[in-house]
Design a protein around this ligand. Structure first.
Ligand code: IVH
Length: 673
């Protein structure tokens, strides 16, 4: 194919992909399968690889991530990103309404109209489009300046990378700047999937925390994997400066943004009350969390005239729905021992209905939490559920405290093995220190190893593991592979058939691959995403065992805490013993061979790109290096093999020259390929 034909095809594919993206994410009415969609994207990426000159910043290929940001630069907002004042009752909303009414009348206006929108529970973001192309995305930060997280935001399918030309006449002349503000959030389904991938000790408490954590990741490939969404609720830079807010929302829709489309124009306080009432129940059926309603004056020309207090505008307000609470009795507290030895106090409650389900247990997290609540066994307590998350005890009904309540003391010894508990300095949790002997920890480790997302050993359920550990037949995952038919058949409720099934499942599990094994080991803080990163950085257990703490900490999104945890792990005698058994059993101690290389012209070289390249975008250039045996890094050091300097290369070039690192031009780079 020649470049002219390729250009036409690339543009056609982009149009198609953008359209299907929108049908899938915004309209929720996909017309092609995921497979067909992936094929379109693959074809586009293939063509862009072949013709790197055709890559544009608004191509859907730019959403897959790949860029690593070590430090997010700080950016100053065009105008401050304000917050909203909160109200908690219709009376307070009515006060707000009358207040604005007076102000508007004083300005000579008529009875104000308000747009009611849902309040999305996520992280506020500002997007800047120059000539219709997304050039910058930033967090709110302190309101006047935030972090530039463009690379991460690009991966979000509902953030348009460009505003289509057909929307061109909608905003100012050439060189125009449009700012769109909105909320990045995680749909409930995507949130649950994400938590499934994470170790129990690092679960996100709610979609908002998960969103905030994800936006700060250095590796945009991981951000892309986590599936976030964006809803737009504000635009500045339109031709028509006096266009009412409701029309602006419609305009955002037309431009390809998602607005949720659940906004409504309210002519008075009755309309507002009705909107709030309708959504107080209906919101549970939405695929994402909303914690309230936002009311904005529809007449935008009055916004500036009404102005703002230090924190929030006078022309808008938020109404927050009361949390879903129920009252019940704390019957008892039991102590669970996790696979890492953590002691978790669990509340046993008198069963009670809450937000559509019956609750009889809830976590109390740790003993600091018990102390903070001042709760005792026998107390009447309030429990709360936010969204889909597990219910928690939020307060004690002190005025109704019965006379016979009992304090909840930290147990002195492990409820499972009797070892004295410890609390490491600086931690809130108590632990059972007998890692190698405590049956609860052994059991937890084996169950984690066998779980669906780890080695996926079917037929190895809770009661079987319990039996195996209790009888001393299995002490760690390595022992599983030493089980024989006879041993299994002698167990309770285990016939010939089920013994064979388990042996087959164990044999099958040997094929899961290195990455899965790393996760299955259950190293503290190493979830599936971290295991993936680790597998890349250290493609064998041996490499991982030998890696220095600093080396591990330098891997994107690993950092000092995880690095420390990995080093600690490999220092434990029982771990080494278990690894011996796993290796003997033939588990994958090495990553499978990587894709075949195009050639070895960059073998052993770490390469840095700096400045603007003419014919390649960064990602495509990086791939060219990887396919030829090299590595791409971002920081210049003495170990850097090669710097490819484009136009206006800055500090990295200076540093490379100072350190005597070899510097080449884009032409020379191409010749080397
Ligand atoms: S308007 C000056 N509209 O809630 C007005 N905010 O509590 C700025 N939020 O910082 C915000 N949904 O992060 C607006 N439909 C919506 C919203 C919304 C969620 C967030 C936003 C804001 C915070 C204020």
């Amino acid at each position: 194919m020649d470049i002219a034909k390729a250009k036409i095809e690339v543009e056609r594919l982009r149009g198609e992909i953008d359209r299907h993206n929108r049908l899938y994410y915004v309209e929720a009415k996909p017309v092609i399968s995921d497979f067909e969609f992936d094929k379109l994207l693959e074809r586009l990426i293939g063509l862009e690889k072949e013709f790197p000159g055709l890559v544009t910043p608004d191509s859907p290929s730019q959403r897959v991530g790949g860029e690593i940001t070590k430090i997010f630069p700080s950016v100053v907002h065009r105008e401050p990103m304000l917050s909203l004042a909160n109200t908690y009752s219709i009376d307070e909303v009515a006060d707000f309404f009358r207040r604005v009414e007076k102000l508007v009348e004083a300005e000579g206006g008529r009875t104000p109209e308000f747009v009611a929108e849902l309040k999305f529970d996520g992280v506020a973001i500002s997007l800047l489009y120059r000539d219709g192309v997304l050039v910058r995305g930033a967090t709110r930060g302190d309101g006047s300046s935030g972090d530039d997280i463009t690379a991460n935001l690009r991966t979000i399918p509902t953030i348009p990378l460009g505003i289509p030309v057909s929307a061109g006449p909608l905003f100012g002349a050439q060189g125009s700047e449009v700012e769109v503000r909105g909320e990045v959030f995680m749909r409930k389904e995507d949130f649950e999937k994400l938590n499934e991938d994470r170790p129990e000790e690092d679960q996100f408490a709610n979609p908002r925390n998960a969103t905030a954590g994800t936006l700060k990741l250095q590796d945009s490939t991981e951000v892309a994997r986590r599936r976030m969404s964006f809803v737009a609720y504000y635009i500045k830079g339109l031709d028509d400066q006096s266009m009412p807010h409701i029309d602006r929302l419609r305009r955002l829709d037309a431009m390809g943004f998602m607005t949720g489309r659940n906004y409504r124009l309210c002519k008075g306080i009755d309309d507002i009350a009705e909107f709030i009432g309708t959504w107080s129940e209906k919101r549970w059926k939405l695929p994402y969390e909303t914690d309230g309603v936002v009311l904005k004056l529809n007449d935008v020309t009055l916004w500036d005239r009404l102005g703002a207090t230090a924190k929030s505008p006078r022309w808008a307000i938020a109404y927050k729905y009361p949390a879903q609470q129920a009252r019940t009795v704390l019957k008892d507290v039991v102590f669970q021992v996790g696979r890492l030895g953590t002691i978790t106090p669990v509340a046993e409650l008198k069963p009670v209905k809450l937000a559509g389900s019956t609750v009889s247990r809830s976590t109390l997290h740790n003993f600091d939490e018990i102390e903070r609540l001042g709760v005792r066994v026998g107390d009447h307590v309030m429990i709360e559920k936010s969204g889909e998350v597990i219910p928690k005890v939020v307060s004690v009904v002190l005025e109704d405290r019965p006379s016979n309540t009992k304090p909840i003391d930290v147990p002195e010894v492990c409820p499972e093995c009797g070892t004295a508990l410890v609390r490491p300095e600086g931690e809130v949790s108590w632990y059972c220190p007998d890692e190698s002997g405590c049956p609860a920890q052994k059991k937890g480790r084996i169950l984690h190893f066998a779980s669906r997302t780890a080695m996926d050993i079917r037929n190895l359920g809770d009661s079987l593991v319990d039996q195996l550990v209790r009888r001393g037949v299995v002490g760690d995952p390595g022992d599983l592979y030493r089980l024989d038919r006879e041993q299994l058949e002698s167990l309770e409720r285990m016939g010939e058939k089920s013994a064979q099934n388990l042996l087959d499942a164990l044999a099958e599990s040997r094929k899961r691959g290195y990455e899965r094994l790393l996760y299955a080991l259950g190293i503290r803080h190493v979830g599936r995403a971290t295991a993936r990163e680790l597998a890349h950085a250290c493609p064998s257990i041996e490499r991982l065992r030998e890696a220095a703490e600093e080396e591990l900490a330098a891997v994107p999104d690993i950092g000092p805490v995880i690095a420390r945890s990995i080093r600690d792990y490999f220092g434990k005698p029982w771990v080494l013993e278990m690894l011996g058994k796993l290796e003997e059993a033939g588990l994958p101690f090495e990553a499978a061979e990587q894709k075949a290389l195009v050639n070895r012209n960059f073998e052993g070289l770490s390469v840095i790109f700096t400045g603007g390249l003419e014919r390649h975008d960064r990602q495509a250039a990086s791939e060219l290096v990887l396919e030829r045996g090299g590595r791409v890094v971002t920081a210049v050091s003495k170990k850097t093999g090669l710097v490819v300097a484009g136009s206006e290369a800055g500090s990295k070039l200076d540093k490379a020259l100072k350190l005597g690192v070899r510097v080449i031009s884009e032409d020379e780079f191409e010749a080397m390929l």
